[in-house]
Structures are given as C-alpha cells and as structure tokens.
Design a protein around this ligand. Structure first.
Ligand code: PGA
Length: 257
C-alpha cells in the first residue's frame, strides 16, 4: 500500500457555490474513511473557492483553481492573480486545460509564465497537456507532447520540480464528444511523458495523471498502468455518488496491493 493515487475533478463551469459546498461536505466524509494514499482534490469555479475553503476546515482534500494570471496585480480585467488565490488559500492551480487552450488562446509560452508564478507563490501547478485529433492522425503526438512539456516547464529548477503535477488529457478523449483512449495507448504515451520528464528532472518522479472520458467502466484499466499515478475526472465525478463509487473502488484496489 505504498503508492499514492491522485483522484481529482475539475468542475469546469458546472456548479454553483451552494451545490459545490454540498458536494465537498460529502466528499470530506468519504476522504476521511479511505486510504490516506488516495490524494483527492477538487477544482471549483473561482467564485466558490473561498466559501468551499471555509467549509473544508482542515481536511486532507486539496483545493485547486482552474486558472491563474502570472502577474500579482495589473490592468487585466476579468483575471485572477496569485495573491488573490493565496489569500483563500488554494493548494493547486490547474494550468493549460485544453478548453482554455482552445477557447481562450492559452499558449505554452504564457503557461510557462503561469507555472513560474504558481511555483514562486507556493502552489502546486497541475499542468494539462494533450494532442488533438489532427496531431494524433498525423502521427506527431509525441512531438506535440514533448514540445508542450519543454516550453511550459522551461527554466523550472530541480528544487521546484517536486511541486509539479502533470495531467495527460488527449483533446479527442475529453467531454461529451470524446472517445475514451485505449489502455494500450495511455500506457505508451504515459511511458513517453515519463521519459521526457525524467530527462528534464531526473531527481523526481513527477505524478502523471490521466484524464479524458474516464468512467466507471474504464478507470481500473487506466489505474493498472504503471506510469499512471492518478486520474483527472470530469463528468464521471461531478455527481458525488459517482465520485464516491470511484474512490471506494480505488480504496479496495489499494487494500489488495
Ligand atoms: P471528462 O473531462 O472526464 O468529462 O471527459 C475531462 C477533463 O476535461 O478534464
């Protein structure tokens, strides 16, 4: 029972604050009874972060933000700064989700600034990477992923690298129209991501999570892959009963190991 398994959900724009509080209250109870080697986290909308932090108390459950500007202050209407997130405080800052890249023009160079800012302010950056369907069909998934990792993580020091979390989320596997990736594909790609991260930061085993249409039928197949350190789940975990079922199953798996 030694390995840590990360299980988290990004709520995207799906829950109001009162819905979110109800969810985390139940989740705290569940987290309290499962193995401490399961590291659960939730990533609500900005407006819910403070009330949810207040509701959480001293729970093991980690709290994350869905994005962050790299500057502490400035004329950036609609943006949220690290100082604002620090006051809440959050533990994790999710950066580079494919929806941010696709709809809001996030690019790897800006993500690099966000990563540095997040590390400087003591957050754990959860960097999302993934190839789109065209890139996969053109056989350049590995090149795309290596580029995303190398640009986003440029100049991160070995001392900071221990704070990083990476989520591999193939764009073609995410959301309603997503097609779940096969376990073989995830296994191959995670081994590749591991090799790139080991070249960059040989001192650390950075957690690599898998996300994209994870559901009750496929999650165990992904978790059995050696280079998968956890799952980043959308729809299948937005209902607390669904998330509870996943957490209980993973708890059983760990008890058997
Ligand atoms: P999904 O979302 O599990 O609903 O496909 C995953 C994600 O976008 O992180």
């Amino acid at each position: 029972m030694s390995r840590t398994i990360w299980l988290g959900t990004n709520w995207k724009m799906t829950k109001t604050t009162s819905e979110g509080i109800e969810f985390v209250k139940r989740l705290e109870e569940i987290v309290g009874r499962v193995s401490p080697t399961i590291q659960a986290f939730v990533i609500p909308s900005y407006t819910s972060l403070h009330p949810i932090r207040q509701a959480l108390g001293s729970s093991r459950l980690l709290l994350g933000a869905q994005n962050m500007h790299w500057e502490d202050r400035g004329p950036y209407t609609g943006e949220i700064s690290p100082l604002m997130l620090k006051e809440i405080p959050v533990d994790i800052v999710e950066l580079g989700h494919s929806e941010r890249r696709a709809y809001y023009g996030e690019n790897d160079a800006d993500l690099n600034k966000k990563i540095h800012s997040a590390l400087w302010h003591g957050f754990r950056p959860l960097l999302c990477i993934g190839e789109n369907i065209r890139e996969k069909q053109n056989g350049i998934s590995r090149e795309v992923l290596a580029q995303q990792l190398k640009v986003c993580l440029k100049d991160v020091t070995p001392e900071q690298a221990g704070q990083l979390i990476v989520a591999y989320e193939p764009v073609w596997a995410i959301g309603e129209k997503g097609v779940p990736a096969s376990a073989e594909y995830v296994s191959d790609i995670h081994a590749f991501i591991r090799s790139v991260l080991q070249q960059l930061f040989p001192e650390y085993d950075i957690p690599i999570l898998y996300g994209g249409s994870v559901n009750h039928d496929n999650f165990m197949d992904y978790l059995r892959i050696p280079d998968v350190n956890g799952l980043f789940i959308g729809r299948a975990a937005w209902n607390i009963d669904g998330f509870e079922a996943l957490l209980d199953e993973v708890n059983r798996l760990l008890a058997e190991e």
